[in-house]
Structure formats: C-alpha cells, structure tokens
Ligand binder design. Structure first.
Ligand SMILES: Cc1cc2nc3c(=O)[nH]c(=O)nc-3n(C[C@H](O)[C@H](O)[C@H](O)COP(=O)(O)OP(=O)(O)OC[C@H]3O[C@@H](n4cnc5c(N)ncnc54)[C@H](O)[C@@H]3O)c2cc1C
Length: 407
C-alpha cells in the first residue's frame, strides 16, 4: 500500500509512474480539495476568461471540467479520499500512517508520498470581498466572476502569475495597475533583460506599473474593497485586488512528526525526506539540486512531474528517468514565454533570433552562455527553436541521472 497526500499534479504523476513501473498494490490519495486532480496553469489564463455558475459546494470526487488531469477510466485505478486534509504523519511497526484528527483515512502504508503543494501568501485586508488569491479552481472561479464586472483591478505582485492575471484582466477590459516590491519584476527568474521586455509589454498594453513600491493597507467600505494605499501615501482605487506575492508550502500539517522542514519538506536529490519511507515532490518539496549544490523549492509544472517520476521509480526499485533541465512557461498578452536552465546572475543574454523590442510581434530567442551548450535559454513565441535547444540542454545532463537521483 502506498499513500499519496495531495491529489494534484505531483501526486498523480507519481501514482501513474508507480503503475507504469509495475506497482500493482493499492495506491490511495488523501486530498484536501473536493475535486479530482486538475491542472493549475489554465487557472490564470483560460479559466479566468470563462463564465461559471457559483461553485461554492462541490461533491467530493467531482470532475473539474476542462482542466481535469485524469484520463478516461484512470480514476478507478486508485483509491480516493478527497475533501480530507491530512493533519498528522507517524511511523510505527505497522507502517507509515497519515492522520486527520483521531482518524486514519487510510491504513498504514509501506511508503508515503507528500505532494501537498503550496498556498498563496496573503496580506492584512485580504478578508474583504473583492480581494483574491489564485491557487485553486475555486479561487479561479470566484476571481473570474468578479472580473466580469471589475473596472479597476490592482494586482499586488508582478511575478509570472501576476503578469498573467494582469494580461487577462486587460483582455476583459479592466484598467489594471501592478504593485511590485522590486524595481524589475521577474528579474530573478527571467534575467534582467527579458524581465524588462515583460515590463515593457505591460506598458504597451496600458497597464500601469508601480515598482519599488510597498502596500501599506488594503482598504474597504461595508466589507468590500475600495482601494490600496502604498507606503508613499499614493492611493489606487480598486474594485478587485489580487494578491500574488508568492506561496507558502503546505507542510505544517506534518511538522509534529519531526520531519525535516525548511520552507518545504527537505529532500535529497531523489525526493527522500528525513523520514524513512516518506518522499516529497512538487511545490511542497525543497529538493537538493546537485548542479547548484543547494536545496531548491521549484514551483513549476515540469519540476513537479520530473520529481514525481524520480520518486515513483525509486520506490519501485528502478533507475531514475533521465534528468532534465528546469523549465517553465508563461502566457502573457498573447505571447508564450519559455525559460529553460539556470539563468546566470549578471550575464547578458545573446539574442539568437528575433527582436527583444516589446513592440515587435516576431518574438525572440536568447541564450545565456555558450550558444552550443547554453546555461539557459529564453524564448518568446519561438516554440520550435526553443525545444531544439531545450533538448540539447537535457542531453547534456543525461548520464549524470543515476548518481544525481540517488545521491
Ligand atoms: C494559477 C497558477 C498558474 C500556473 N501557471 C504555470 C505555468 O504557466 N507554467 C508552469 O510551469 N507552472 C505554472 N504553475 C505552477 C504549477 O501549476 C505547480 O508547480 C503545480 O501545480 C505543482 O503541483 P503540486 O502537485 O506539487 O501542488 P499543487 O498543484 O498545489 O497541489 C497540492 C494539493 O495538495 C492539497 N493539500 C494541501 N495540504 C494538504 C493536506 N494537509 N492534506 C491533503 N491534501 C493537501 C492541496 O489542496 C492541493 O490540491 C501555475 C500555478 C498556479 C497556481
């Protein structure tokens, strides 16, 4: 018996890979949300453009519609305990148990995979109507409903999810302002030059950007948000505010077990935590990265998939899958931004093709480091060329996978 805590991308990918690796026993999911697993990237894109009926109550195990991750007939191959947040983890002679209060939703397991992801960081004032975070399908539906009538949207945080929400809100016709603590939002993950391109895209789309700015208060009347006050006294009127200032890993529920925590479940490069038989994958895991020599909590779709496959194969006693370079994408203002590898600090990208002028419609491809063995690649609307270079980077890593994953 294997228990997966968290029924989303990382947990489902691990369960699938266990089956593909020949594991036939029970695989049970304990998931806090009522929905069957669904994909989160569409939440800040297509889902916000759609109209939904009020989704306050959903039956446990409900199908999440177009963002579903499960394939036809796949749900029956696993046991589901949904709408149940785990709040304890313990080990005894019978195995590893996941608890909720005094109850055990599932029996003791031989191995447990922690895939509880993260939740959006929030701010004081976020309990006013019209103030949102975006992490779950229910969050997206509530925000979509508010955006239908919003005239002024204030986005707190200019990271990639903030940029996507700003872009969608503009498409829906709202006036949009972004408040961002740093001077160049996204510079840490995109590099300074590409982050400047992204910033200029916002300006071109008519989004006003307040960088180097701090939020003092979120203010409202009669329980509904009205404005956001900045540290320098400026007041931005708002009928919708979205807080997108990063995430907190969902790990507290297991803290009493004594498992090693440090802004995430701390794992080796192969996903093993400090508790024997317990593994962590996806947004909740701070995994050792042998390339940088540090523990990193990556919060991207493909990292969740890669970590989950590695852990499942390890549990099944198989070699890890070939290692892949870190990758993520973002869709903003009708452009697809793709990033692969580790962007070196202080290194300027070399433009390989296209134009980094934000007004240009052709997109671009830029590399960091050696063109034939890049440290990182960034592309806007260049999916084919990007894929070619991404494969080159993945191939350069192949061969180190065994030593890496079981280190
Ligand atoms: C709005 C949005 C847009 C995104 N867009 C992109 C993108 O364009 N490109 C990209 O590369 N990445 C994107 N990402 C990131 C990507 O979706 C995440 O990296 C991925 O979802 C991580 O998967 P996960 O399974 O680790 O965690 P999650 O998907 O967060 O799932 C964790 C699950 O565990 C549950 N859980 C939490 N605590 C408990 C508990 N105690 N007991 C039981 N269950 C629990 C949660 O309710 C949740 O269902 C986006 C994320 C969001 C939120």
């Amino acid at each position: 018996m294997i228990t997966v805590v968290g029924a989303s991308l990382a947990g489902l990918t691990a369960a699938r890979e266990l089956r593909a690796s020949g594991v036939t026993g029970t695989i049970a999911f304990v998931g806090a949300e009522s929905w069957l697993p669904y994909d989160r990237p569409p939440l800040s894109k297509d889902v916000l453009l759609e109209t939904f009926p009020n989704s306050a109550a959903v039956a446990h195990g409900a199908h999440p519609g177009p963002t579903a991750l499960l394939l036809d007939g796949e749900a029956e191959t696993f046991d589901w305990h949904l709408g149940v947040a785990a709040d304890g983890l313990s080990v005894d002679a019978e195995g590893i148990s996941v608890r909720r209060g005094q109850h055990h939703p599932v029996g003791p397991a031989d191995a447990v995979i922690l895939a509880t992801g993260a939740r959006g960081r929030t701010l004081i004032g976020a309990d006013l109507d019209g103030v949102h975070v975006l992490r779950t399908l229910d969050d997206a539906r509530a925000l979509a409903a508010d955006l239908r009538t919003a005239r002024r949207v204030v986005m707190i945080g200019g990271g990639f999810i903030g940029a996507e929400i700003a872009s969608t809100a503009r498409t829906l016709g709202a006036e949009v302002a972004i408040i961002e603590a740093t001077e160049i939002p996204g510079a840490a993950v995109l590099g300074v030059d590409v982050a400047r391109w992204s910033m200029a895209r916002h300006a071109l789309a008519g989004v006003s950007m307040h960088t180097g700015a701090a939020v003092e208060t979120i203010d409202g009347t009669e329980g509904r948000v009205r404005s956001v006050t900045l540290g320098d006294g400026r007041v931005l009127d708002a009928d919708v505010v979205v807080v997108g200032i990063g995430s907190v890993p969902d790990t507290e529920w297991a803290a009493a077990s004594g498992i090693a925590l440090d802004d995430g479940f701390v794992t080796d490069a192969g996903g093993a935590t400090s508790m024997p038989g317990v593994y962590a994958v996806g947004d909740c895991a701070r995994t050792f990265d042998p390339i940088t020599g540090t523990h990193v909590r990556r919060q991207h779709w493909s990292s969740a998939v890669d970590q989950a496959r590695t852990v499942a194969r390890r549990i099944a006693g198989l070699e890890p899958p070939p290692q892949r370079a870190p990758y993520f994408w973002s869709d903003q203002y009708g452009h697809r931004v793709q990033v692969c590898g580790h962007i070196p600090v202080g290194v300027e990208p070399q433009l390989v093709d296209g134009s980094m002028d934000p007004g240009a419609t052709e997109g671009f491809l830029a590399v960091f480091g050696d063109r034939d063995r890049p440290a990182a690649v960034v592309a806007v609307d260049r999916p084919r060329d990007f894929l070619r270079l991404r494969k080159t980077m993945d191939r350069a890593l192949t061969g180190s996978a065994t030593s890496v994953a079981h280190a």
